[in-house]
Design a protein around this ligand. Structure first.
Ligand SMILES: [Zn+2]
Length: 165
C-alpha cells in the first residue's frame, strides 16, 4: 500500500516539529492532490489556524516528490498596493502579507526565520495564470503564463533553499 497524500505532505514538512505537523489541517483539495504530478508552487492557509500556511513545491532528488514549508503570518498585511515576492503579482491593498518561515534545524531552534511578502491566500499558481489584469490583481506585464510559472518556481525554490540552508 502506498502512503496517502495526507501522510506524504506531513512528512514533507521541512521546517516543522512532529507536533506542529500533526496539528495541521489540510484543505480538502490538498488531500486530493496527486503529489507525483505537482509541477506548480501550491499553497494554502490552514482552515483551522488561518495565521498558518503551507507552501508546497516539486522537490529535488530524494524529496519524495514534494517539499513543503510551514509559514506563519507575521505582521499585518501591506496597506498599500503591493507585489508578491514569489509570483510578482501586484495586488490591491491588504492582499499581500508578510509570511515567515522558521529555518530548519538548529538555526530554527535558535529562533531564526526567513520572511517574505507573498499573496496572502498563497494561491500564486492561480494568480500567474490570470490573463487579464484587473485593478485588484495584476500579473507582471509583458510576460506569458509559462514565464510567470517558471519565475514562480525559481523564486519559491530559492526561498525554500534559504529556509533549509
Ligand atoms: Zn504570489
Amino acid at each position: 500500500m502506498t502512503d496517502s497524500t495526507d501522510t506524504r505532505i506531513r512528512r514533507a514538512m521541512a521546517n516543522s516539529t512532529k507536533g506542529e505537523t500533526g496539528r495541521m489541517t489540510l484543505p480538502p483539495w490538498v488531500r486530493d492532490l496527486d503529489l507525483d504530478a505537482v509541477d506548480d508552487v501550491l499553497g494554502w492557509r490552514d482552515p483551522k489556524a488561518p495565521d498558518r500556511g503551507v507552501l508546497l513545491l516539486p522537490g529535488d532528488e530524494g524529496d519524495d516528490g514534494v517539499v513543503a514549508i510551514a509559514l506563519r503570518a507575521g505582521e499585518r498585511a501591506a496597506r498599500a498596493t503591493a507585489m508578491c515576492a514569489l509570483c510578482r503579482t501586484t495586488h490591491a491593498p491588504g492582499r499581500v502579507e508578510l509570511l515567515v518561515a522558521r529555518r530548519a534545524g538548529a538555526a530554527g531552534r535558535n529562533g531564526d526565520t526567513v520572511g517574505t511578502y507573498v499573496c496572502g491566500d498563497l494561491r500564486c499558481a492561480q494568480h500567474v495564470r490570470v490573463e487579464k489584469a484587473t485593478a485588484a490583481l495584476r500579473p507582471t506585464p509583458g510576460t506569458s503564463v509559462e514565464e510567470r510559472r517558471e519565475g514562480l518556481r525559481e523564486r519559491a525554490r530559492r526561498f525554500v533553499d534559504a529556509v533549509l540552508s
